[in-house]
Design a protein around this ligand. Structure first.
Ligand code: NDP
Length: 274
């Protein structure tokens, strides 16, 4: 069974649009992009498009790749003070001379719609989340939409980034799954992935999880986006698994949900200021 993200994303976006209409003012989303990473340019374009479709005022702030870090920090300070901006994103990755941690910590936690400020990540891990990073939030929405049992089930997450692996593990744990987190030092990865009722893969390696690593009937969420041979493929070998597991496609799986959940976070930020 193929778990498509589009219908889930559309229903979230419809609700965001409705929520924005009910606000009485237009929420503002600032997206800061540094340099010319082509993938970032595409992602920012998608975010701005969804923002405009849902009634959010999305604005891009673009700095040249060789800007000093302090210039980026002062832009973040300015946007923190700007009352017309309710949510702020600094698009990652940043150029190598900039410290992503320092920049993310500078964003006001009340405007941190990417949910990557330590305060928001801490709230998530303590079980009282505010802004949850959009991709993990989208994964949980997708699992719920396709009526996936989570409580008491074995969930295995491959990847431990702050943007995907760690927060999705926290959400699965909060939903009462038994969670294992695997990473590059995990030994005998297949022994872990085989135990998964729910397998979430966020590694960034094309077709890394092969058919023999997945149990029949498991639910597989493929977060990976890899550009190979001129097309996008996930971290999971989709073709042999689509008849054996419940699996998200790439593209068209988690991707659309990420942007939809980000818009929902912007609405939430604006509602808090109402
Ligand atoms: P990171 O590079 O930050 O993290 C990758 C993780 O994979 C690390 O924890 C790493 O382990 C682990 N890993 C690497 N090699 C192995 C291995 N051989 N065995 C087990 N684990 C391994 O990536 P992200 O989490 O940011 O992104 C992952 C993928 O998801 C990328 O393809 C990215 O493009 C995509 N993505 C998609 C989104 C969407 O909207 N669909 C949103 C965000 C990301 P270690 O920590 O030990 O190094």
């Amino acid at each position: 069974m193929i778990l498509k993200g589009k219908p889930v994303a559309s229903s979230i976006l419809d609700k965001v649009k409705e929520g924005v209409e009910g606000l009485g003012f237009q929420p503002g989303l600032a997206i800061v992009r540094v340099g010319n990473d082509p993938a970032s340019e595409i992602y920012v374009g998608k975010k701005l498009k969804r923002a405009s479709e849902t009634g959010i005022n999305g604005k891009e702030f673009h700095l040249p790749a060789d800007s000093p870090e302090k210039e980026l920090l002062s832009l973040v300070d300015e946007l923190n003070q700007d009352k017309g901006i309710h949510g702020m994103i600094v698009q990652l990755p940043l150029p190598a001379h900039m410290r992503a941690d320092a920049v993310l910590q500078r964003i006001s936690p009340e405007k941190d719609v990417d949910g990557l400020h330590p305060e928001n990540l801490g709230r998530l891990f303590s079980g009282s989340p505010r802004f949850v990073p959009a991709t993990p939030q989208g994964i949980m929405e997708l699992l719920s939409y396709y009526e996936t049992e989570i409580e008491g089930r074995n969930a295995v997450v491959v990847g431990r980034s702050s943007m995907v692996g760690k927060p999705v593990s926290a959400l699965l744990l909060n939903a009462n799954a038994t969670v294992e987190i695997c990473h590059s030092r995990t030994k005998e990865l297949a022994a872990h992935t085989h135990r998964a009722d729910v397998l979430v893969v966020a590694v960034g390696k094309p077709r890394f999880i092969t058919e023999d690593m997945v149990r029949e009937g498991a639910t597989v969420v493929d977060v990976g986006i890899n550009r190979t041979e001129g097309k996008l493929v996930g971290d999971v070998d989709f073709e042999p698994l689509k008849g054996k597991a419940r699996i998200t496609p790439v593209p068209g799986g988690v991707g659309p949900l990420t942007v939809a959940c980000l818009m929902r976070n912007v609405l939430m930020a604006a509602q808090e200021k109402k």
